[in-house]
Design a protein. Structure first.
Length: 102
């Protein structure tokens, strides 16, 4: 599991690659929390290289949403692969974190 990031102006881009499940959720959660501590205006999570996500991964995203919502910072989910997109659609995540094209 890789977590990459870049900050462009006040938008934080976080790229996830590999598989996001219970075996690495703590690592991803900790890394994302560390990155979002800085002052940002929005977060874009690039899912184009994420091969698999289960309900634990959805929970990781929802937890970051709750932390950023308290600061009025929106989250956008970019370019999910087909399997990940299905999980996010069925869980209703796109209602609070819109899907965008990267």
């Amino acid at each position: 599991m890789k977590v990459e990031h870049k900050l462009i102006r006040s938008t934080l881009y976080i790229g996830l690659s590999g598989e996001l499940d219970s075996s690495n959720a703590d690592y991803v959660r900790g890394k994302m929390d560390e990155l979002i501590e800085n002052s940002i205006d929005r977060l874009v999570v690039d899912l184009s290289m994420l091969d698999f996500m289960d309900s634990t991964g959805v929970g990781v995203l929802l937890g970051r949403y709750k932390r950023l919502r308290a600061k009025s910072v929106p989250i956008f989910l970019a370019s999910p692969q087909k399997g990940v997109d299905k999980v996010l659609t069925l869980s209703g995540v796109y209602d609070i974190m819109p899907k965008i094209s990267n």
